[in-house]
Write a protein that binds this ligand. Structure first.
Ligand code: FMN
Length: 201
């Protein structure tokens, strides 16, 4: 699957079919985590793969009653090993750790999508409760919960700002939109041609 297709086509999925996810696909999602970039290449992620329905239900309850989570046949609890992530990095280490986990989570979501699966990053949860459910020691911080399953919905893409809304040229506040409009102004064949050219770079 083309990387732009994956980035653009992935949606947060909150309805799953009653169908298990194959071990091979779970392995590929973990492989995608493994190859994520990490600050200092410390790879501070640790992932609890949860397939016990009762435990998944407990995670859903600990996520402020986001009951849809219990529909997922498998949930990846993506944690930060703070002993690895924070050593010698001081205060900024906390930011590095969250950035790293964000990269790993996005890799996993894109891999899931490319395998025909749906996922949704969840961070609204009671951290202490989730830590207890997973049996994590105190230096393991649950950072994201990723329910994964076969999608039972096909939501439309939610609104995204245009590039010009969040991009500046050289200095903050200086507009850059006329130069870099991305693909928004192109459609159909031209867009396909641009994507093909980008693939060759
Ligand atoms: C860090 C982060 C935390 C999120 N937490 C939740 C959550 O707790 N519950 C939920 O339903 N969706 C959650 N989402 C999903 C967002 O709502 C979703 O990504 C956003 O609405 C855009 O939709 P899309 O992913 O389909 O493009 C989270 C996404 C991110 C990146």
């Amino acid at each position: 699957m083309d990387v732009f297709e994956a980035i653009k086509g992935r949606r947060s999925i909150r309805n799953y079919k009653d169908k298990p996810v194959e071990d091979e696909k779970i392995g590929m999602i973990l492989e995608a985590c493994r190859w994520a970039p990490s600050a200092g290449n410390r790879q501070p992620w640790e992932v609890v793969v949860v397939n016990d329905p009762d435990e998944i239900e407990s995670l859903a309850k600990a996520s402020y009653e986001q009951t849809w989570i219990s529909m997922a046949p498998v949930v990846f609890a993506i944690c930060i090993n703070e002993k690895i992530a924070l050593a010698n990095y001081g205060k900024r280490g906390e930011m590095y750790a969250l950035e790293t986990i964000g990269c790993a989570t996005q890799n996993m979501m894109l891999a899931a999508y490319s395998l025909g699966l749906g996922s949704c990053c969840v961070t609204a949860f009671e951290e202490d409760r989730v830590r207890e459910i997973l049996g994590c020691p105190e230096f393991i911080r649950p950072a994201a919960i990723l329910p994964v399953g076969y999608p039972d919905e096909n939501p439309p893409p939610p609104y995204r700002d245009e590039i010009g809304k969040f991009t500046y040229l050289n200095k903050y506040g200086k507009e850059a939109e006329p130069t870099w409009s991305g693909l928004v102004k192109y459609g159909g064949r031209i867009k396909k041609k641009i994507l093909k050219t980008l693939e060759k770079i």
